[in-house]
Design a protein around this ligand. Structure first.
Ligand SMILES: Nc1nc2c(ncn2[C@@H]2O[C@H](COP(=O)(O)OP(=O)(O)OP(=O)(O)O)[C@@H](O)[C@H]2O)c(=O)[nH]1
Ligand SMILES: [Zn+2]
Length: 333
């Protein structure tokens, strides 16, 4: 075939840009299994910082290869890298494939936003950082993040900061019945309990701006340990103005924390109300007798949850908490 624009054809020579006709069929797709794997720990304007899973954990900067098409790459992704993976200054590798994700934390900008925005891949724990004062806690926001976490299959951990300013009791009483683990932090707090809860896990930290998330991350990960090369470049100042998250390794390879920029809203239009019940297995088990299409909300006629409470099968508190979460879904800011 004669290219219509010879110049353009030349321009793309050497690029991985198979034309429509030459695009390999699925079964002929190149196999990237032998390419080095990297963990995506930072991203900035189309450049991804990846830690190669080799003995030195080389930090490599990479771009998305054409073969990826519109496939997105997010923090926490494990990707196959091609090209220059030396990590030497000025070099650029290419991300040629994204491994299947074990989890995806998404949010929508608000509840009317039809676009899901995946923010973090492969995490297994969601740490909701909430100040007990200054700024005051917003249970609606906590509930919202909990739903997003349950939806993504992440285990929630409520981290209450600034305990020197206000008591954690009320929030503890509200969330522990939901099965949410709670950890309390103040400036003098011993961090051993939270370190233990973070060990061996990939934890996403979310919370409103000003709750003390950076303070906590800096205490957990002393400067010396994250002042290396590219990693530092992505964790440096100005991070809060970025829209992207960043993954940081805990000392002694104890696990990863993914710091996300202060979230103002946590839209949940991608979460179907009927699915929220599945985040509460003990309650879901009591809904078999519900009428078809039961919303399980307060006042739902014939709802099995009311029967279960009456029969002492589940605690009224827990049902109330669940219903609050569903009811608030529409007016969470
Ligand atoms: N009293 C008290 N103040 C704290 C505590 N932790 C953090 N702060 C203060 O709260 C303010 C906000 O803390 P940051 O760590 O910057 O909060 P952040 O959540 O990272 O906020 P963004 O960077 O905007 O996302 C700072 O002035 C901290 O010194 C705490 O446990 N107690
Ligand atoms: Zn029901």
């Amino acid at each position: 075939m004669t290219p219509r624009y010879g110049v353009r054809a030349d321009e793309h020579a050497g690029f991985e840009r198979p034309g429509r006709r030459s695009r390999p069929r699925t079964k002929d797709r190149p196999n990237y299994a032998d390419k080095p794997i990297g963990l995506v720990i930072g991203m900035d304007r189309g450049r991804f910082t990846c830690l190669v899973e080799d003995a030195d954990s080389t930090a490599v900067v990479a771009t998305k290869a054409r073969v990826l098409g519109r496939k997105g790459v997010i923090i926490g992704d494990r990707v196959h890298l091609d090209g220059d993976v030396s990590g030497d200054e000025g070099t650029l590798a290419r991300i040629v494939d994204v491994q299947e994700r074990t989890s995806v934390l998404r949010r929508t900008a608000d509840d009317d936003d039809p676009y899901e925005r995946p923010i973090v891949a492969n995490a297994d724990q969601l740490v909701i950082v909430t100040a007990l004062a200054d700024p005051p806690p917003r249970p609606g926001m906590i509930d919202r993040i909990l739903v997003a976490g349950y939806d993504a299959g992440l285990e929630p951990l409520l981290c209450l900061t600034k305990a020197d300013l206000a008591s954690p009791d009320e929030l503890r009483e509200a969330y522990e019945p939901l099965g949410v683990r709670v950890v309390v932090i103040d400036p003098e707090a011993d961090l051993a309990p939270i370190r233990e809860l973070l060990t061996g896990r990939m934890s996403v930290l979310v919370g409103h701006s000003g709750v003390g998330k950076s303070t906590l991350v800096n205490r957990l990960i002393p400067e010396a340990l994250r002042s290396t090369g590219v990693v530092n470049a992505v964790t440096g100042r100005g991070r809060h103005t970025s829209t992207s998250a960043v993954a940081l390794e805990l000392p002694e390879h104890a696990g990863w924390v993914i710091d996300t920029p202060g979230v103002r809203s946590f839209g949940l239009s991608h979460v179907k109300p009927a699915e929220i019940i599945h985040a509460f297995p003990d309650l879901a088990a009591q809904t078999d007798s519900c009428p078809r299409g039961c919303t399980h909300e307060t006042g739902a006629v014939g709802c099995g949850l009311d029967a279960a409470v009456a029969a002492g099968e589940v605690s009224a508190d827990r049902v109330t908490s669940y219903r609050r979460m569903v009811a608030n879904r529409h007016d969470w800011e």
